[in-house]
Design a protein around this ligand. Structure first.
Ligand code: EPU
Length: 418
């Protein structure tokens, strides 16, 4: 295992470029199962979660070829229909294979993802929608066994706008017989990116980006080329890092319209934010003011940036009330931030952060992906020596070469064996 070592207190300066979005790349790779022929995907981030889905898809008979700037995915000859426990337990997003496998193969056997550090994270809405489309579903020895003839279009209402649920059912519906309407659908940019891929493959989808998505099923889909959108959470992480260290960073290759909520909050906190097409410049200020946030579905403040924003609020002037409304246990980073001197009080789904002048370096432990990023940011801003963030395998699930990118901005950060 590796840990990240950081000598904080240096303002980050310079330019950094954002990688492709993990949460767009995963459903898009699953979507490639739907069409015979070879797909060429560009801007696929090099991450542990991507290697995991590649391993599962290889077991299904998918062939991959890789170049400097592309990933070839050929699902012409599918032979399997199973996502095994030992891989699913390392990446819950494997559930995204369920819809495409059912649509293409008429059967799927997927290990039911368990809870994770941030919450119980059930998949009942995915399963209920597939049953409404005619699938037969039962659970045996921890596996979802699903079978179906050709799925049938249905009118689906999601109780909660679930991101991977919307993606899964959209993928199931593109090859179904007739029309599927998804109501209260998720409108995250990653859902739209998947819809763009599927449309290019020949699917008929309308309304993505809004909360009602209509899909007319087609008989077959073809292989295409697609470029994955930039990662808005990585973008936001760099923006917060620049603000937190009092730096001046230009973030290129990003989509400013995907981080609107964060931009507004940073401006309210007194941080300089300047937008030019494809690029955001963030300049820290002498004094960061405490501001409140509430996590919401897109375009609200993303839950995946809550932990990182909390790190910033730890060194703000005044206090900040942070409300987490998406996941029930997404404050696990708080006890680690406290080890670095943060003053945070949790009450249910609210955290009251009383800003301090500084955080102090300390050994801390990463517990999930975004919590790890939060601790790295805290370490970059901390004074008084080395912050060591252990268990950074969580970080490598979702950030491409984060240490190298921070080094390029002047940070003293490196990996060591634990
Ligand atoms: N929910 C249900 N039943 C379901 C599905 C969801 O009750 O069948 C609940 C969840 O428990 C949660 C809420 O609905 O309380 C929203 O969850 P959602 O399904 O939208 O989350 P997800 O699809 O499992 C994706 C991202 C997460 C991100 C969330 C919210 C991927 C692969 N994952 O998860 O990303 O936090 O949407 O935006 O797209 C991360 O990258 O660190 C990460 C956790």
């Amino acid at each position: 295992m590796e840990k990240m070592v950081i000598e904080g207190g240096r303002p980050l300066r310079g330019a950094v470029s954002v990688s492709g979005a993990k949460n767009a790349a995963l459903p898009i790779m699953a979507g490639c199962l739907l069409g015979g022929g070879r797909h060429v995907l560009r801007n696929v981030p090099r991450l542990r979660d991507i290697s995991t889905i590649v391993r599962i898809m290889e077991q299904l008979g998918v062939r991959f070829d890789e170049g400097e700037d592309f990933l070839g995915v050929d699902a012409s000859d599918l032979s399997g229909y199973e996502a095994p426990y030992d891989l699913v337990r390392t990446m819950r997003a494997s559930i995204l294979l369920l819809g495409p496998l059912l649509a293409r193969q008429g059967k799927a056997r997927i290990s039911l993802p368990g809870g994770c550090a941030i919450g119980a994270r059930p998949v009942n809405l995915h399963l209920r929608a597939l049953v409404a489309m005619g699938a037969d579903m039962h659970l045996d020895q921890g596996y979802i066994h699903a079978t179906a003839g050709r799925l049938k279009g249905a009118d689906i209402f999601f109780d909660i706008p679930t991101v991977t649920g919307t993606e899964n059912i959209m993928m199931a519906a593109v090859l179904a017989e007739g029309r599927t309407v998804l109501r209260n659908a998720a409108n995250e940019p990653e859902v739209k990116d998947l819809a763009d891929l599927l449309r290019a493959m020949g699917a008929q989808i309308e309304g993505d980006g809004g909360d009602i998505i209509t899909i007319e099923g087609v008989e077959s889909l073809k292989g295409v080329e697609h470029t994955i959108i930039p990662d808005r959470i990585e973008t936001g992480t760099f923006m917060i890092a620049a603000a937190m260290t009092g730096g001046d960073v230009s973030i290129s290759g990003c989509r400013p319209e995907h981080v609107g909520a964060l931009m507004e909050k940073l401006k309210s906190a007194g941080v300089g934010v300047e937008v030019v097409p494809g690029c955001i410049r963030v300049q820290g200020s002498e004094e960061i003011r405490g501001v409140d946030i509430k996590t919401m579905p897109f375009p609200g403040f993303p839950t995946d940036l809550q932990a990182q924003f909390m790190a910033l609020m730890c060194v703000a002037r005044g206090s900040s009330l942070i409300r987490e409304t998406i996941f029930e246990n997404r404050f696990i980073h708080v006890s680690e931030l406290k080890r670095m001197g943060a003053d945070i009080e949790i009450n249910g789904n609210q955290a009251l952060v009383r800003g301090r002048e500084r955080l102090s370096a300390a050994p801390v432990m990463a517990t999930d992906l975004r919590a790890s990023a939060c601790l790295v940011l805290a370490g970059l801003a901390a004074e008084g020596g080395r912050t060591e963030v252990s268990r950074i395998y969580h970080l490598d699930r979702g950030y491409e070469a984060l240490d190298v990118k921070f080094q390029g901005l002047g940070a003293a950060i490196w990996r060591e064996k634990e």
